[in-house]
Structure formats: structure tokens, C-alpha cells
Design a protein around this ligand. Structure first.
Ligand code: NAD
Length: 137
């Protein structure tokens, strides 16, 4: 059994349906955390939450959409009454080369890989501070 270093901690892990996000969620739960995994892939996310067990909930969430973040934090507040950890994992690899790439694809990729971290951290900080936690540097 893994050391319970995260016992009772409340976490959100984006991109949790597979890959790195799934692995982080699995480890967090093994160390005692309760985790909301989010992903744009509803089938994969539902399957992942089932495999990860009672300490995991899946929320369908597109990290590039600000309203989805707002809805996610309402769910997290209702479930956890606060938040200790946010892990921004969801991401995509930019397809195509610079000569052929269109602006819409570039913007969408930046919204998924970069703007999502800003939106996620901005909302998470509010929840953490309201609960007396978090850290400002
Ligand atoms: N695997 C590696 O070695 C590696 C190395 C460096 C960087 N990365 C980057 O780290 C991130 C995660 O890597 P991975 O290997 O787990 O990738 P992955 O493709 O296995 O998983 C990414 C997850 O993000 C989800 N996702 C994609 N767009 C989304 C969106 N708009 N909203 C919510 N979820 C979305 C996908 O459905 C998928 O489940 C990726 O951005 C990847 O490019 C990976």
C-alpha cells in the first residue's frame, strides 16, 4: 500500500481519461486523495473513473472553454467544499507544419494547451483561498 501522503486531499486532474493524467489520478488515489478527473473524452473518462473506484469522479470538461471551468468549480465546491490540488494535464499536439497551419487551429491549440492553465489556476486559487488554503508567491 502506498504511503498516505495525500490523505483527505481534494484534487482535480484534467486530461484524466488516459495517459499522464490517468496515471497521476491513480497515484493520488493510492496515496489517499479524492480526485475529480476531467476530460473531453466522455467514454474514456467514464471508463477511467470506474477503474479508479470510489474516490474518483469523472466530469466532462473542455479545458479550452471558460464556461466549462466555471461549471467544474461549482461541482468541485459542491463535492469537496474547497480544493487542495489542481493538475493541468489535458493537452494536444499541434498537427501540421508552419507553412500549412491555419490560424484557427493555432488558436485552438493555444487555448487547449496554454489558456486552459490560466483559467484553471485562476479558478482554483479562488477555491483554495476561500477555504483558507493555497499559497501565494
Ligand atoms: N507523453 C509524453 O511523453 C509527453 C511529453 C511531453 C508533453 N506531453 C504533453 O502532456 C500532455 C498529456 O500527455 P499524455 O501523453 O497523457 O497525452 P494523451 O493524449 O494520452 O492524454 C491527453 C488527454 O487530454 C484530453 N484532452 C484533449 N483535449 C482536451 C480538451 N480540450 N479538454 C479536456 N481534455 C482534453 C484527451 O482526451 C486525453 O485524454 C499532452 O499535452 C502532451 O502533449 C506528453
Amino acid at each position: 500500500m502506498a504511503e498516505q501522503k495525500l490523505l483527505g486531499k481534494r484534487a482535480i486532474v484534467t486530461g484524466g481519461a488516459t495517459g499522464i493524467g490517468y496515471g497521476i489520478a491513480e497515484r493520488f488515489i493510492a496515496e489517499g486523495a479524492n480526485v475529480i478527473i476531467t476530460d473531453i473524452d466522455e467514454t474514456g473518462g467514464t471508463r477511467a473513473a470506474l477503474a479508479l473506484g470510489d474516490h474518483c469522479q469523472f466530469v466532462r470538461h473542455d479545458v479550452s472553454v471558460p464556461e466549462h471551468w466555471n461549471a467544474l468549480f461549482v461541482i468541485a465546491q459542491g463535492k469537496f467544499s474547497g480544493l487542495d490540488i489542481l493538475v493541468n494535464v489535458a493537452g494536444v499536439t499541434l498537427m501540421g507544419n508552419i507553412e500549412e497551419l491555419d490560424v484557427a487551429t493555432w488558436d485552438k491549440t493555444m487555448a487547449i494547451n496554454l489558456r486552459s492553465c490560466f483559467l484553471g489556476c485562476q479558478g482554483a486559487i479562488k477555491l483554495m483561498k476561500a477555504d483558507g488554503g493555497g499559497a501565494n508567491y
